[in-house]
Write a protein that binds this ligand. Structure first.
Ligand code: P5A
Length: 440
């Protein structure tokens, strides 16, 4: 992509409405713009990151056996009246009336809807287990939308729903999602710690929040230091195997948010514990027959007996993760994207756009990288070097490849890794192969 044609409205000044670093950087890097309180438009750069995160979530969900679907954003009030949540959900639910005076709502979550889909089309115990998920916009009329996409009113969630015959089987489905979540966050360069949690309006008695540590997080967290050393990607995972030992490894170490933390029962000494703040990037629930019972979701057993299904639901805050990753990975100059979610792989900076020799080298590098499948943002603008470097540091692409008149004469370019900041003057070919070896 040529930056001269790209819609990238970066800001020099720090927007005054933004209280935390990820919100400031998302506005300054031209990733999002607020449409109204807690509702955002995603501009090209931000949209690319959102899609990268979505892709990782899709891949990991499907590796764990969940199947993608897409349910609508609007649901009927009658459906929620049956589960009893229409009134219970309170003012966070956005209620809508259509031209026929029928009550609708903009879905804050989809337990009711997926349960009726299952109820209508699943017949036999042989059709279980099933896990369906979608990545869809949700609306919650949060009383205090804040921190940009971190606590929006409209936000993108991945929500998966498992259906099983009994508690034992449902526990297996829960464990699969538990392990899959750890790996999903690790793949994005995040250390997410599962913590005991309240199940709130979703309900049920088994629930874990996945929390990444960040000073600006909304929850206070208390956790065993050893959890920080554990690497969920160290083992090859066979999702058909018994995952209980892995889940136990994580859950046997103390970790709780302020809602659940009790100093009286906490087994850790001050030395053994991290006391920090965290961002909830995922939340999983087992709620048994809470929805299958009121909605009549059953299957037939071999003897003809009808059995209510046991359910769980599993959420990932996809749009929140964009902010969460920035909170975890930035410096004074801007964002530092982990490679896998970076909007482009390489910032190609032509310091003297319009100069024949510089243009020739930059265009050649752009073509070669593009042919190899590397995503390049080519700064071909007629701007001062300082502006170009500042913009590229701000938007945080993993590599900066700089073509300047002095280097071009000597046959060299400069390659910088945004994360460590180390710079190398290299021949054009070795710079190219350094990037290609890494990216392809
Ligand atoms: C699980 C999937 C649920 O809604 N039903 C379907 C269950 N869980 S949850 O904890 O309420 O939400 C799941 C994740 O969504 C993110 N999230 C938000 N992100 C941005 N703005 C919000 N206002 C918001 N509310 C929830 C969180 O990451 C949460 O873990």
């Amino acid at each position: 992509m040529r930056l001269s044609r790209y819609f990238l409205p970066t800001l020099k000044e720090t927007p005054s409405e933004a209280q935390i670093v990820s919100h400031r950087l998302m506005l300054r890097a031209g990733m999002v713009r607020q449409a109204s309180a807690g509702i955002y438009s995603w501009l090209p750069l931000g949209f690319r990151v959102l899609k990268k995160i979505e892709n990782i979530v899709h891949e990991e969900m499907q590796a764990a056996g969940a199947q993608p679907v897409l349910m609508p954003t609007l649901q009927t009030a009658d459906l929620w009246r049956k589960s009893g949540r229409y009134d219970a959900y309170g003012p966070e639910m956005l209620r809508i009336r259509d031209r026929h005076d029928r009550d609708l709502l903009y879905g804050p979550t989809n337990e009711e809807q997926i349960t009726t889909i299952m109820r209508d089309d699943i017949r036999s115990y042989r059709d279980l287990p099933r896990n369906l998920y979608h990545i869809q916009w949700k609306f919650r009329d949060e009383i205090r939308p804040r921190f940009g996409v971190m606590r929006g009113r409209e936000f993108l969630m991945k929500d998966a729903y498992s259906f099983d015959l009994d508690f034992e089987a449902a526990r297996k489905s829960y464990n699969i999602m538990f392990v899959s979540y750890l790996r999903t966050y690790a793949r994005m360069g995040l250390k997410a710690i599962p913590m005991q949690a309240d199940s709130g309006p979703i309900g049920g008695d088994l629930s874990h929040e996945f929390i990444i540590l960040a000073d600006t997080g909304e929850s206070a967290v208390y956790a065993d230091k050893r959890l920080l050393e554990m690497d969920p990607r160290a083992d090859d995972i066979d999702f058909d195997a018994d995952l209980e030992p892995i889940v136990k490894q994580w859950t046997s170490l103390y970790a709780a948010t302020d809602e659940k933390h009790d100093p009286a029962t906490c087994p850790l000494s001050a030395d053994e514990m991290i006391e920090a703040r965290g961002i909830e990037v995922g939340h999983i629930f087992y709620f048994g027959t809470k929805y299958s019972e009121p909605l009549g979701c059953t299957v037939s057993m071999p003897d003809g007996e009808k059995r209510l299904l046991h359910g769980g639901s599993y959420g990932i805050g996809v749009s929140r993760l964009v902010g969460g990753i920035i909170e975890a990975s930035h410096d004074d100059a801007g964002i530092i994207w982990p490679d896998v979610v970076a909007p482009f792989d390489v910032a190609l900076i032509n310091l003297k756009s319009g100069d024949e020799a510089c243009d020739a080298v930059a265009n050649d590098l752009y073509a070669k990288l593009g042919d190899a499948g590397v995503e390049v943002l080519h700064d071909d603008r007629d701007e001062r070097a300082g502006v170009k470097f500042a913009d590229m540091d701000l938007i945080g692409l993993p590599w900066q490849l700089t073509v300047g008149p002095r280097g071009v004469k000597a046959g060299t370019v400069e390659l910088k890794r945004r994360a460590g900041g180390e710079k190398h003057e290299l021949s054009i070919d070795s710079a190219l192969s350094r990037i290609l070896d890494f990216e392809t």
